[in-house]
Design a protein around this ligand. Structure first.
Ligand code: MEV
Length: 362
């Protein structure tokens, strides 16, 4: 049996802007994992997860593709990976085999509620890496990330892939996305997956950089307890953008400035400047929420961040916002005990999460 774990992630800065090709964001991989177990099977394959239901999803081969009998399903990301890997396998002349795939996740609590730590990305990354091993495809870490992004754009065309990058490479990273619409068009045109992976022009805009924060900078994660829907919020922000609710150029420039300031602060080992950059990034996201009338920074996330600021740290929503987790960067001088007490008083749960280490490959 092959078992591959992929870490969850948190966005630190640059959310929403990062869906535009070339716009930067900072993310961090965290030590909560989703694991994919893969075992060879005799005929047809199954996908199973305790979270998504007792009945496994059955899939079969259909020519060079993969056939399943449901349209929209939480296993969409897994099926999209399987479909692309099957294409790559056929291109490389590797003989087909069936397999059963089982998913175990720590990216939600005991009752199955998600924390917003990027379970779709982690399942996509872990499935790519498990199948790479199963078929002996020899993908580099970067190619595994690229394949995960190709699988994702077939399910969620606007997704930036920042969460896939954090889950693939670990540690802290700065990320800018390539043009996913172009990549998707190439896939739909029937390009060989293996050729697309090595076509540098198609990946223009993709930029990955390792970041190393100073040891004095602590990362804290609070959970507001209210679930958020990333897809819905991203869709609504894009609608408001098309309706001219806010000036996209100003938003993108402000977001980039915050990410640049955060990158420079981390490079310089300056924990106070990193916290200041995060406070600015919070302002950018709050203005986006005000302009669109969307609760990106919910009341719970506001409290989470206000408590952090009052204790000399910086806090903000992470990812799409709307609930789930918020993050805090606490410089050496911040009073972490006060943050913990303040969160407890407001029913914000501190998640004891640390950084998943740099996995290499950037
Ligand atoms: C969602 O976790 C983060 C967004 O920037 C969307 C994305 O990057 O795909 C809002």
């Amino acid at each position: 049996m092959i078992s591959v774990s992929a870490p969850g992630k948190l966005f630190v800065a640059g959310e929403y802007a990062v869906v535009e090709p070339g716009q930067p964001a900072v993310l961090v991989a965290v030590d909560r994992y989703l694991t994919v177990h893969l075992r060879e099977s005799v005929e047809a394959g199954t996908v199973h997860s305790p979270e998504y239901g007792r009945l496994p999803l059955v899939w079969r081969r259909d020519g060079d593709g993969v056939a399943i009998d449901v349209e929209h399903h939480p296993y969409d990301y897994v099926m999209s990976v399987i479909t692309l890997v099957e294409r790559l396998r056929a291109e490389r002349g590797v003989a087909p085999r069936f397999f059963d795939l089982r998913i175990d996740s720590q990216l939600d609590d005991a009752s199955g509620r998600k924390f917003g730590l990027g379970s779709s990305a982690a399942v996509t990354v872990a499935t790519v890496r498990a199948l790479d091993e199963f078929y002996g495809l020899g993908l580099t870490r970067r190619q595994a990330f690229q394949l995960a992004l190709l699988a994702t754009v077939r399910v969620a065309p606007t997704a930036s892939g920042g969460d896939l990058a954090a889950s693939t490479f670990g540690g802290w990273i700065r990320y800018s996305a390539p043009d996913r619409a172009r990549l998707r068009a190439r896939l739909d045109d029937g390009v060989a997956v293996g050729d697309l992976l090595v076509d540098d022009e198609a990946w223009a805009g993709l930029d990955l950089r390792r970041l190393t924060p100073p040891a004095s900078l602590r990362l804290l994660v609070g959970w507001t307890g209210s679930p958020a829907s990333t897809e819905r919020l991203v869709d609504q922000v894009q609608r408001r953008h098309r309706a001219g609710a806010y000036d996209q150029d100003v938003f993108l420039a402000e977001s980039r400035d915050c990410v640049d300031a955060l990158t420079a602060a981390l490079d310089a080992g300056d924990d106070e400047a990193a916290a200041a950059a995060l406070r600015s990034a919070r302002g950018v996201i709050r203005r986006l929420g005000d302009a669109t009338g969307l609760a990106i920074e919910t009341d719970g996330l506001s409290t989470l961040a206000d408590v952090a600021e009052a204790a000399g740290a910086a806090g903000k929503s992470s990812g799409a916002g709307g609930g789930d987790c918020g993050i805090v960067l606490a410089p050496d001088t911040a009073d972490v005990g006060r943050i913990m007490q303040g969160w407890e008083a407001h029913d914000i749960r501190h998640l004891a999460i640390s950084v998943h280490p740099d996995a290499g490959g950037v």
